[in-house]
Write a protein that binds this ligand. Structure first.
Ligand code: FAD
Ligand code: AMP
Length: 488
């Protein structure tokens, strides 16, 4: 982190914007504020493994990026181990060098966290390494890692302290053995028997990494339903696919106890019928994340929390304290890097007098399993529950030329549209590169496209995106590459 970056406080000794937290929400806010000509400082207290200040928050250091680095490597490994033969490619003895894989992951992280430092410097954001605490009247106490606290005067404050993994009393962490998501990105070897508590995005992704590399992975999920927030047809297909891949996903199983035993851990869980005991070498606790507000607010800060412990904000991310905003995981809404980044940019622009809004109806969700799961907008089950009239169009990657050519043809695209207006209400993808395909759905929905609009758009052939085109055509019973349920 560069403590010398930026112009420094003005001659009046104050800052126009002080941001607390340099994760995707905070750093995006700081960069945009500086781009708009405001004297901006961004405080962050994260330290890397060597004890050096690091920017980028959870996302770059312990979240999105390192997890994707391991997912991409483990996917290549699983392809080589399981599917290269189908392509006529012979591989000799396959092996995985876990320290090598980790070193590469760390190099990707270092490159990107260094990139945030370079962006701060290039845009004139002053990075301050240490803790920030909001006092009253837009004053921020800054305590450097190795120095005395000072008070910064700010015209506007943006709070972006993020979130941390939830711990549960039933499974206290034991370094190297019972770990949270951060520990699961640091294993020094492939665990023989791996337990995961929680079948959310993080549990599925981390379970997939180690299962692809050879762990016998069991995922214990308290709910009876798999991925209740996703389209339920897709959730069913995905559950089947993941089980086939070797992930032993057990639903309706609530973990009661996890106790160290020898080098491993003994887990007791309860399902509908009985109590069960399983032994694992390593256990990942992935039961969700909570907003992180420890030490953030002085008693007279004027900022309030909501009943779930998030910083309370309105639709424009304003807290109850004048000119104090909060963005990212620490406020309501999905805990996703891009959601926080959009909020950060919106707040910076509003401070500068612009009037953007975040469209919370168009936040894409992705689970980076294989196949990936991605969606935006409403699910069929939520529309049905609300008694709304809708039509659906579905297309299978099994009939998509590019997916078949790539030997990657599992999954579907499903589009849900309003029955009267044909406006696209939701797009759901389970399939290859779903994370990339969903972007076009987000654009379509941002522009209020109808399914017909998407159907009238020309898509390059052969591409995976043609499955989106065909699903859109299917809403009106006009798909070409499948037999429509109804004629149009
Ligand atoms: P954070 O990234 O948590 O950053 C907050 C920063 O503020 C931290 O550096 C923290 O140290 C600092 N801070 C906190 N309090 C203070 C203080 N008082 N003083 C100074 N500094 C402070 N999201 C996605 O969108 N896509 C994904 O694929 C994805 N994968 C994930 C995988 C894993 C394993 C995990 C754990 C998370 C993943 N997420 C993903 C979620 C994503 O990481 C978060 O949504 C995102 O990082 C939140 O951004 P943020 O800026 O709000 O907070
Ligand atoms: P998410 O919040 O999407 O990251 O997912 C976390 C998952 O962990 C949720 O689906 C919870 O139901 C699940 N979970 C929470 N506590 C337990 C527990 N004690 N045993 C099993 N699953 C749990």
């Amino acid at each position: 982190m560069n403590d010398d970056a930026g112009p420094g406080p003005g001659t009046d000794g104050g800052w126009e914007v002080v941001v607390i937290g340099a994760g995707p929400a905070g750093y995006a806010a700081a960069i945009r504020a500086a781009q708009l000509g405001m004297r901006t400082a961004c405080i962050d207290k994260s330290l890397d493994r060597e004890g050096n200040p690091t920017l980028g928050g959870t996302c770059l250091n312990w979240g999105c990026i390192p997890s994707k680095a391991l997912l991409d490597v483990s996917h290549k490994y699983a392809e080589a181990a399981g599917h290269f033969g189908e392509l006529g490619i012979g591989v000799g003895d396959l092996s995985i060098d876990v320290p090598g894989m980790m070193a590469r992951k760390d190099a990707v992280v270092t490159r990107l966290t260094g990139g945030v430092g370079a962006l701060f410097q290039g845009n004139g954001v002053t990075a301050l390494a240490g803790s920030g605490r909001l006092l009253g009247n837009r004053r921020v106490e800054f305590t450097p890692h190795d120095g005395e606290a000072t008070v910064l005067e700010a015209e506007h404050v943006i709070l972006a302290p993020g979130s941390v993994p939830i711990d549960i009393d039933q499974a206290p962490l034991v370094p190297g053995t019972v770990v949270d998501s951060t520990g699961a990105l640091e294993f020094d070897a492939v665990p023989g028997r791996l337990g995961v508590i929680g079948a959310g995005a993080i549990g599925l992704e981390l379970g997939s990494v180690w299962s692809r590399l050879g762990s016998e992975a069991v995922i214990l999920e308290a709910l009876d339903e798999f991925l209740p927030m996703a389209d339920q047809r897709i959730a069913r297909d995905a559950l089947r696919a993941f089980k086939r891949q070797g992930l032993d996903i057990r639903l309706g199983c609530r973990v009661m106890r996890a106790e160290p035993s020898g080098d491993g851990v003994t887990v007791t869980y309860q399902d509908a019928s009985d109590e069960h005991v399983v032994e694992f070498d390593r256990l990942i606790v992935a039961v969700g994340r909570r907003p992180y507000t420890e030490g953030l607010l002085a008693p007279d800060s004027g900022v309030n929390l909501d009943e779930r412990g998030f910083l309370y904000v309105n639709d424009l991310c304003a807290t109850d304290a004048p000119e104090v905003y909060a963005v990212g995981d620490v406020v309501r809404g999905p805990m996703l890097a891009h959601k926080g980044a959009e909020e950060g940019v919106m707040v910076a622009e509003r401070i500068a007098g612009h009037k953007p809004l975040v469209n919370y109806d168009c936040v894409p969700n992705v689970i980076y399993t294989h196949p990936e799961i991605a969606w935006v907008g409403r699910t069929e089950q939520s529309l049905k529950a609300d008694g709304e009239n809708y039509r659906t169009g579905t297309f299978s990657f099994g009939a998509n030329g590019r997916a078949l050519a790539a030997n990657d043809a599992e999954g579907i695209v499903k589009i849900v549209a309003d029955a009267e207006t044909d406006r696209v209400l939701g797009v759901h993808v389970f399939g290859p590169q779903a994370s990339e395909l969903i972007a076009q759905a987000v654009i379509a929905m941002e522009f209020d496209a109808s399914a017909e609009d998407l159907g009238l758009t020309m898509f390059a052939h052969p591409t995976l995106a043609e499955a989106v085109h065909e699903a859109a055509l299917g809403v009106g019973g006009r798909a070409i590459h499948m037999v429509n349920r109804k004629r149009a």
